[in-house]
Ligand binder design. Structure first.
Ligand code: GDP
Length: 376
């Protein structure tokens, strides 16, 4: 099978964005600059194909951006999107706390609100204890300020939520593997993350290693074409996903790209099969370069189900960060707290809509302000 490599127009793109920190701070990983020859293909594997459309510039695109869109700067996104969180459990908690002196029934209602928001029982207990202590110590305190402080602590402002990437422009071809079950928004997230990285001036390659769904590869190509990011895919549905990922890793290295984003299939019906598949993808990519991140995508609307999925993926892959999608589609949002506790890894990005730039780096304070419907 013929391999074609059409350089992505990202190579030519000058994106006009202010120089920003990487998703809230550059990670500690220092990229290797090794430039070895192309890796041998595993025997009997067909060559995946690389595609990158170079669409004509949309009428609204800045003139310096030729053939691709300029995605919104990541750091401004949560400020724009956080109103989509409003009216959730934070607002209900605040309404209860603002009643003044609270009865036992009020405290029961606070507990129920937290549990219904998927915060989880241990975090709920901790939040209630903190609220009681602080309100007892300072009965005249502003309930919003106290609640804000307690929720921020529960979500943990000290976790490092940056992606562990080196600086853009180094050609370090650092792999980021994205995992999660079908339907959670995984492929969409890969496309959106590519936009985030392009906005941060990284050069990117995507691997369509969800080879069981031809539509997934097509979807990635559409995302890639918009920002000039090439996609490595197989022409054959059901091809070995590891082969596609391996090919893409080699391309990312040989073309001196900064980041390789790998979309994977998320069939959960068989844990052993999932383990084999994800394990193989990580192993073959690691032959070129060890993944710097394994991001687990979870649908925030699935509550307990999402937590069960998270456990399975944590067992089969070394998850380093969580992407919570569809937070715009739920009035709950407490799963942010529960899933971090469950897996011991931070939520790094959140999805707040279907729009191309509706994925934002997670910022605890902005998130809590969104939950509380704060105007600040
Ligand atoms: P995959 O099967 O996990 O790869 O899921 P897809 O990426 O195909 O997405 C499934 C659906 O979820 C699509 O309709 C997406 O537009 C939608 N989706 C993804 N992220 C979000 C989000 O943050 N908010 C909303 N409302 N929809 C989303």
């Amino acid at each position: 099978m013929d391999v074609s490599w059409i350089p992505g127009s990202a190579d030519l793109v000058v994106v006009i964005v202010a120089s920003l920190t990487v998703l809230g701070g550059v990670g500690a990983t220092i990229a290797s600059r090794s430039k070895r020859g192309a890796p041998p293909r595993p025997q009997g594997e067909p060559s995946p194909t690389v595609t990158a459309d170079a669409p004509s510039a949309p009428a609204s695109a800045p003139s310096a951006v030729r053939g691709a869109e300029a995605p919104e700067a990541p750091q401004s996104r949560l400020a724009r999107l956080r109103s989509r969180l409003g009216g959730g459990f934070g607002a209900s908690l605040l309404a209860l706390l603002s009643k003044g002196k609270l009865s036992d029934d009020d405290w029961d209602e606070l507990e129920e609100t937290l549990l219904l928001a998927d915060v989880g029982s241990s975090a709920t207990d901790q939040i209630l204890v903190s609220l009681k202590e602080r309100l007892r110590a300072n009965p005249d305190a502003d309930p919003r300020a106290v609640l804000r402080e307690v929720l921020i602590e529960a979500i943990d402002p000290d976790l490092d939520r940056s992606l562990a990437l080196g600086a853009p422009g180094t050609g370090a071809h650092e792999p980021v593997v994205v995992v999660g079950v079908n339907g959670v928004g995984k492929t969409t997230t890969v496309g959106k993350v590519a936009r985030v990285l392009v906005a941060e001036q990284y050069s990117v390659v995507m691997a369509a290693a969800d080879t069981f769904r031809a539509a997934a590869a097509d979807q990635l190509e559409t995302w890639g074409a918009r920002v000039g990011v090439p996609v490595v895919r197989s022409d054959r549905e059901g091809a070995d996903p590891a082969s596609v990922a391996f090919e893409a890793a080699g391309r990312a290295r040989d073309e001196g790209k900064d980041v390789l984003l790998v979309d994977t299939a998320g069939r959960l019906q068989n844990k052993a099969g999932l383990m084999d598949e994800l394990g193989k993808i990580v192993r073959v990519v690691s032959k070129v370069k060890e993944p710097v991140e394994v991001l687990l995508v979870l649908d925030a609307t699935t509550g307990q189900n999402g937590l069960t999925q998270a456990r399975v993926f944590a067992e089969v892959a070394n998850v380093t960060g969580i992407v919570l999608t569809k937070l715009d589609g739920t009035a709950k949002g407490g799963i942010v707290v529960a899933v971090q506790r469950e897996l011991g890894v931070p939520v790094k990005l959140i999805g707040l809509g279907e729009g191309a730039d509706d994925l934002a780096p997670f910022d605890v304070e902005q998130f809590v302000d969104g939950l509380l419907g704060s105007a600040s």
